[in-house]
Design a protein around this ligand. Structure first.
Ligand code: NAP
Length: 353
């Protein structure tokens, strides 16, 4: 097949790209805004695989990604599938405009380009957190109401609706991973955001406290969270394998939550961070109770402010469509053991420190 991908220079896209090229005869058309980065990525493949990798320069915030009409005409009718994974994965309110330009307008441009290229299948990588403030994640579109926590979620909810609006022109499917973490076998992760942004903040806080060097002071610092709430992590290789399977098994208008059926509690995850950091001075204070924070705790919680809403919630995700998608294949339903998550967390701190 001939497959067009956006976001390949990113954490998930790079893994999807590998999944689609290793041991296949697919040709991949890689859209990247940074050609040098894409060339470095291409260089990491074998010579045979490189012959099946075609780089396209473009920016998804531009109509047709800024690609020239001649190039679009030459590709039209020759591409079978389009994976749209490029996005801005940040949650800050101050980035609202940029988030909408990349995640919403960018998806509109991707769909219009797919139409021009006469693409038959369009796979949109969304997020399980389009669930917003609801307690249960379903595999249907959520209403475009004010149930989002931040402009990232909002831009993704709106983009999902947009994708379905093109369902009469091409087959569209939506894939919604929860929080993507490192590889289930190696722990390797090429990411600075979500879990990795959180871990970096904790590491910075640890260093600050340790620099103060106050012998005898072993007071605890509280992270505002729901200790019995859960953190829903999925390994990047599991997500990439499911996305690759979409080529043959995704259903038209299918929505797939790629989530962890038995996620760890926030308290368990915090313990794992502390073990990895060898810093056992963190605890939680229930987000739903009354609390007053010390100046240090204020600082700590400010550093992880964008994650606050996720630490306070406890969401259960349905993933029946995903289970159906993987049934009969060699991809098992995710079973993420404590050891696996510990290894992934440990890998981050090992590489980072
Ligand atoms: N990471 C998670 O935990 C998570 C969880 C659920 C869903 N998702 C979804 O999964 C997808 C991939 O996320 P990720 O973690 O792999 O993100 P990432 O590592 O930040 O990668 C984002 C990719 O999008 C590209 N991109 C951004 N703006 C662009 C633009 N204007 N034009 C062209 N390309 C652009 C980036 O290119 P550059 O390399 O040039 O920056 C990069 O290749 C996203 O749709 C995200 O919403 C992620």
């Amino acid at each position: 097949m001939n497959i067009l991908l956006t976001g390949s220079t990113g954490f998930l896209g790079g893994k999807v790209m590998k999944e689609l090229i290793h041991g296949t005869d697919h040709h991949l058309y890689i859209l990247a805004r940074n050609l040098k980065k894409a060339e470095r990525l291409k260089d990491s493949f074998t010579t045979e695989e490189q012959h099946r990798l075609h780089l396209l320069t473009g920016d998804i915030t531009l109509p047709s990604f800024g690609m020239e009409d001649g190039l679009i005409r030459s590709l039209a009718g020759g591409i079978d599938c389009f994976y749209h994974s490029a996005a801005l994965v940040k949650f800050d309110e101050s980035l609202r405009e940029e988030l909408f330009a990349i995640n919403y307008e960018g998806t509109k441009h991707a769909l219009e380009l797919a139409k021009k290229l006469e693409i038959r299948k369009f796979f949109y990588v969304s997020t399980a957190y389009t669930v917003g403030k609801r307690q249960t994640g379903v595999e249907d579109l959520y209403p475009e109401d004010d149930c989002s926590h931040n402009p990232y979620e909002e831009s993704k909810v709106k983009a999902e609706h947009l994708v379905f609006n093109y369902g009469d022109v091409m087959d569209v499917s939506i894939f919604r991973p929860s929080i993507i973490v490192g590889d289930s076998k190696t722990g390797e992760a090429d990411s600075e955001f979500t879990l990795y942004g959180f871990m970096r903040a904790l590491d910075i806080f640890r260093r600050k406290i340790e620099r103060k060097h106050e012998p005898g002071n072993d007071s605890l610092y509280r992270v505002v969270a729901n200790p019995s709430g859960t953190s829903n992590f999925v390994p990047v290789d599991y997500v990439a394998e499911i996305l690759a399977l979409a080529l043959t098994k995704a259903e038209r208008y299918g929505i797939y939550n790629i989530t962890n059926p038995s996620p760890p509690t926030n308290a368990e995850v915090l313990d794992m961070f502390q073990d990895a950091l060898d810093f056992h001075r963190l605890t939680t204070v229930d987000a739903h109770h009354h609390y007053e924070l010390s100046p240090e705790e204020e600082k700590l919680n400010e550093m992880i402010d964008t994650f606050k809403v996720y630490l306070a919630s406890d969401i259960t995700f349905k993933d029946d469509n995903t289970q159906k998608l993987i049934s009969g294949t060699n991809i098992g339903h995710l079973r993420m053991s404590r050891e696996m998550l510990e290894m992934i967390i440990q890998a981050y701190f090992t590489f980072d420190r």
